[in-house]
Ligand binder design. Structure first.
Ligand code: DGI
Ligand code: FE
Ligand code: FE
Length: 180
């Protein structure tokens, strides 16, 4: 992992592992799976464009990921874990695969990794403590607020919002409201 990641990304990865374990204990998810998915979720994040694109092709991932590090790194990471590390646990693979966008019908583990990614101790934004507290008391609400913030941040930079991100927001909102 150290060979493939910048120092700050390595520290972030250990931070996500730690936060994922804390949330798994709080919410009753599998602690070993949370630790593993948290640690390796960004394993492809620092690949250069050439390496990322060749992985997208090699693993038969959707063409829309070519040239898009933000969306490709999570899909490539899951493909590497599955094909090269021999990980066969679908829940771990999905937690890594969807850690950037989320998706509708996320499992508990997927939600934990999604939230832990945003609220781990090394993140530096102002409201970090508030989001950490929320993650410990209301995981769905934390998930919803993180998605809302992500959408707002992307819109303010005129970037496309992925369908999975929008569906994740609608799904978790309905879940909070008790509609599903
Ligand atoms: O890899 P991290 O920096 O730890 O965090 P991440 O994987 O959640 O986010 C990586 C980037 O992906 C971040 O700059 C925001 C961006 N992103 C998240 N959702 C979407 C997205 N980009 C696009 N285009 N569409 C999305 O729905
Ligand atoms: Fe990521
Ligand atoms: Fe991350």
């Amino acid at each position: 992992m150290k060979d493939n990641l910048k120092e700050s990304r390595y520290i972030h990865s250990l931070g996500v592992e730690d936060m994922a374990v804390r949330l798994a204990k709080t919410w009753g998810a599998d602690i070993e799976k949370a630790a593993f998915a948290g640690r390796y979720h960004d394993i492809a994040k620092n690949f250069d464009e050439e390496r990322m694109d060749s992985c997208v092709i090699k693993y038969g991932l959707p063409e829309e990921l070519i040239g898009n590090n933000a969306l490709a790194h999570s899909k490539v990471a899951a493909a590497i874990l599955q094909n090269d590390f021999g990980v066969c646990d679908e829940d771990i693979l999905n937690a890594v695969r969807f850690h950037t966008t989320g998706r509708k019908d996320m499992s508990l583990l997927e939600e934990i990794i999604f939230v832990a990614d945003a609220v781990e101790d090394n993140r530096t934004y102002n409201d970090l403590k508030y989001y950490q507290q929320l993650a410990e008391t209301d995981l769905d609400r934390a998930c919803f607020e993180i998605i809302e913030y992500t959408i707002w941040a992307l819109e303010s930079k005129n970037r496309d919002i992925h369908k999975d991100t929008l569906e994740a927001r609608d799904w978790v909102w309905k879940k909070i409201k008790g509609d599903n």
